[in-house]
Write a protein that binds this ligand. Sequence first.
Ligand code: HEC
Ligand code: HEC
Length: 511
Amino acid sequence: MSLSPAQAQDADGTSIIRERCTVCHIDSGDADKPFSRISEQRKTPEGWMMTISRMQKLRGAVIPANEKRALVKYLADNQGLAPTETDGLRYVLEKEPNVLESFDPLIQETCVRCHSGARIALQRRTEDEWKWLVHFHMGQQPTAELHAGARDRDWFGIALNQVAPKLGQDYALDTKAWSQWQAAVKQPLNGTWAMSGFLPQRGNFNADVVVTKTDNDHYELTLNGQYEDGSKLSGSGKAVVYTGYEWRASVTLDGVKMRQVLAASADGKTLAGRMFERDADVMGGPVTAVKANAITKISPSYIRQGERKLITVSGSQLKGTVALGSGVKVIRVQSRDNNHLTVLAEASHSAAVGSRNVQVGKTSSKGALTVYDQLARVEITPVDSIARVGGAGGLIPKQKSWYRAVGYAAGQDGKPGTADDLRLGYMPASWSLKPFNEIAVHDEDIKYAGTIDSRGIFTPGDAGPNPARKMSTNNVGNLAVVGTVEDGQQTVSAETHLLVTVQKFVQALID
Ligand code: HEC
Ligand code: HEC
């Protein structure tokens, strides 16, 4: 028997589990934790989705899509993670590309090889459950013991007797954070929000987001706003909120299908995270939305001594006089509406180097604008990156990569590259590519591996063997991305590494 969509929405998760899962999982009838393997774990909505998909694919569990959605919702709500338990690990949910992780060496060496460390750290289990997970790994992929970094030691013994007990301590099932979050009053997220963010293809944008509630934790949203070049932005979509704060929305923005993975603050007044293309998750950027009177962004976030330039302040309900801090004068307000204003600003020649608060009426943003003497150094983000060949008639599209330049002034000591360097913010740059090393020169990677455009977006070459290359190899390559910033009298360049490699053949919700 399959439940209708409405029935599935309402169905208690436990009745779905009894119907769909207890053919294999034991139901002890215990009031608190009845189901073997299911009741003693907590994870994110994506984590639950992955597990249930494995039950379907590998174990043969049968569950219709609507019941699966309802069950993921039920499990994420009742056996999820508290906001503080996802802090610092959200990059993997947000699909942030090119993150370099760093975990405890024991876990890093034993586990963080086939998948991210965040996949582990975003779960909470009893020690026994961590042990059974190790058994599952050994049974499902016995080659784990034969990989580099495993065959020179007793991998299974270490995973079972050292890693699992440590995980049972560090990531225990019962935590104060979770019981407090379960007891906390969750704020509804309907209302009008002011969103600002960055998208690699379009740059900075601002939007009014109107969110209406359609059902408990289910919302519809419309977005209206503009990109920094003045062109209009519009979109609409649907959102589901899991665990009282995990906002997951599918929106169509100017014809492009996008996903929003955001976290609501406990007071229900801020939503922050990342928005990215559904079919190309690399192509996205950070977004923040606020409901109450607040400043979310200053762009640009820097002004040189003696310079006159336009500065845009984004936020919500921005009423009142604009003040940019000591030594920076507002010459005139160029344009303004409730959530967004542009001023012509001038920094005096003697304005003190350093950051100052930006104030609009009663709201201020701490240290949001930096006055500097001269650009001393540039950093390219991400510091290390990967792009993947694709397309050319194959099933897997090209995976692009994209870059931004962050400017720094030298700070008090006058020396760039020291701890007191002053971060100015993202600066416009011009982009080029170089071979990374001699082998890349020899193999002419620069000719085959891909191209970079004026926005810093790198598009890799076509998939498949290339007869023009030595031994008909494919279009992989080892490159350096060079970003050059021109600012006042200064022209400053910096590089970052880019490895163009083969397609990713295994796609996971949580990498
Ligand atoms: C056909 C048998 C079968 C069905 C039906 C089944 N499971 Fe499982 N389940 C297993 C087996 C076998 C394992 C242990 C191996 C593994 O983790 O994949 C398991 C393990 C699990 C685990 C532990 C995973 C981990 O990471 O430690 C969870 C949670 C789980 N199942 C949930 C469910 C849910 C929810 C359902 C119902 C939608 C379900 N299972 C239906 C066989 C089944
Ligand atoms: C040989 C590669 C490999 C190694 C090494 C490895 N894993 Fe995994 N792990 C996987 C794969 C593959 C999956 C996904 C299984 C699926 O859902 O189909 C997985 C899934 C997981 C999950 C999610 C399971 C769920 O259903 O919730 C966790 C948590 C995890 N691994 C933890 C660990 C820990 C802890 C270690 C170290 C003891 C480890 N992994 C080492 C390959 C590996």
